[in-house]
Design a protein around this ligand. Structure first.
Ligand code: ADP
Ligand code: GLC
Length: 470
């Protein structure tokens, strides 16, 4: 029975929210979850930094009472197109061309101050709005609780444990409450504090929830997470199944569906032409990713060198670290007409690539959830992934489980294991009519936010109930 969730008011704080400002999965996940919670009747108000000064319809200003170092802070509340009601918080230094990174791809040197000020403002807003529950996301929002002496019922979602916002221990003096919770390894660690202080901690997939409690994947916080016992849970993300719908996607050369896959061939032909790949009957592999070590981009560059003997082509779309851009540029130059690298962040192109390819390569070293592999399956594009985090939870190996398989899973994040999975994939592609059965199976899976949002509502309820019982 979901009792509280349908009547409670939730403040949902996040650094990114698609389509306002989004640098990756956090923005998509925030927007997808909030939209579905609203559809399910929860009164949830998203709060994000005023990164770009977006104009809101019917705007109202709320002045916020924050510490001197975080002032002047003010919030604008109003309606953003395709989002609905949202709060944009302005604090000193928050407005930048990229939310986290400077022109060299390095983190802004004052990211601690920027997001600590944002979090202080979120606390003030929470008090002003008199919300019932606070939902925090990642380290950028984690110090909100340092400004709320009487902690409100709080849920923290950890989208990645890799970024904790750890900084100089001197920052603790700037926090009015719960300072000790934020101290670990002689530093001020926002994420550690929020893990300790929140009523519930959600990891974005069940496997990631288990992994982060081990030293190998705990990024130094596995002990803190283990201490929280069953307050740490895993809830798999969903994807926006309206934005990602091969039957209605306006960016595609042709629409297609589970019932009629013929349009996918047109998408393939159009992609080969657009990317100036050689004409071929072989399988087309694709990658759409941030270029970071996490995503195994160096593994992709290595694997790309061995595709010629198996008559395979590769398209990569990615933006990020300079060294990885250089590695991919070099491998594309070595294999003209067979390997293409497009340097950039381009949503429309990401749809055309996902639709127009046969396999989607995602050899992550770790992956809290991953949305791209679910988007690929929705488009009948078979994922080739590593056996980590959310990839483990969403992709079933076709060789191990021919009847219910949806992709190919490499045992380790190494070039040898990933190349082996690519070989297995292309062999089966040739042997069994381009794997149309597995494609249809993947396309039929419900990857929407409906189920995950119900799990969040049940969690909100449990948190409220246990608070009420105290
Ligand atoms: P992460 O958040 O770790 O980057 P996810 O798979 O959860 O990984 O989410 C990434 C999202 O960003 C996906 O929707 C993916 O399609 C999109 N994306 C990543 N890189 C690009 C790019 N270069 N151009 C367009 N979309 C991208
Ligand atoms: C992070 C993770 C990714 C996850 C996304 C949304 O960016 O790297 O795995 O899907 O957050 O939760």
């Amino acid at each position: 029975m979901l009792t509280y969730a349908s009547t409670m008011k939730v403040v949902f704080a996040t650094a990114e929210f698609a389509s306002v400002v989004s640098a990756g999965g956090l923005g998509s996940a925030s927007a997808g979850l909030v939209a579905e919670l609203r559809r399910q009747g929860v009164d949830v108000i998203p709060v994000m930094p005023d990164h770009i000064g977006l104009e809101l319809a019917g705007e109202r200003i709320i002045d916020l009472d924050v510490p001197e170092w975080a002032a002047p802070a003010r919030a604008r509340i109003g309606i953003a197109a395709a989002v609905g009601e949202i709060v944009l918080v302005e604090v000193p230094g928050i407005r930048r061309p990229h939310p986290y990174l400077d022109a060299n791809g390095e983190g802004w040197s004052d990211n601690d101050r920027r997001f600590f000020a944002f979090s202080a403002a979120v606390a003030a807003l929470h008090r002003t709005l008199g919300a019932d529950l606070l939902h925090l996301n990642d380290w950028h929002t984690a110090t909100t609780l340092a400004h709320l002496e009487a902690r409100p019922p709080t849920v923290l979602t950890v989208h990645t444990l890799g970024y904790q916002g750890a900084t100089d221990i001197g920052w603790l003096d700037a926090f009015p409450h719960h300072r000790r919770a934020f101290e670990i390894h002689h530093s001020c660690n926002p994420l550690a504090g929020a893990i300790r202080l929140s009523d519930a901690v959600v990891a974005v997939s069940p496997t990631y929830a288990a992994e982060i409690r081990t030293p190998a994947a705990g990024c130094g916080l596995d002990g803190v997470l283990r201490d929280r016992g069953d307050a740490v849970v895993g809830i798999l993300n969903g994807i926006d199944t309206e934005l990602w719908d091969p039957e209605k996607d306006p960016t595609l050369a042709a629409a297609y569906s589970v019932a009629d896959l013929s349009g996918k061939q047109q998408c393939r032909d159009a992609l080969r032409a657009e990317m100036q790949l050689d004409p071929s009957d072989g399988p087309l592999l694709s990658v759409v990713t941030r270029l970071t070590e996490q995503k195994g981009v160096d593994i992709i560059a290595e694997v790309a060198r061995y595709l010629e003997p198996i008559d395979c082509q590769l398209v990569v779309l990615g933006a990020g670290e300079r060294g990885l851009v250089d590695a991919l540029t070099a491998v594309a130059a070595e294999h003209p007409g067979r390997v293409v690298f497009h340097d950039g962040y381009d949503e429309a192109l990401s749809h055309r690539i996902t639709a127009g390819s046969d396999f989607f390569l995602m050899p992550s070293r770790f992956e809290p959830c991953g949305l791209a592999q679910m988007q690929a399956m929705r488009y009948g594009t078979i994922p080739i992934v590593t056996d980590v985090g959310g990839l483990h939870d969403t992709v079933v190996d076709l060789d191990a489980h021919p009847r219910r398989g949806t992709g190919f899973v490499a045992a380790t994040p190494t070039p040898v294991a990933v190349l082996d999975a690519v070989h297995r994939a292309t062999r089966r592609w040739s042997a069994s009519r381009r794997l149309d059965g597995a494609r249809r199976r993947s396309m039929g899976i419900d990857w929407s936010w409906q189920g995950p949002a119900m799990q969040y509502r049940a969690l909100y309820d449990r948190v409220m109930e246990s608070r009420a019982a105290r």
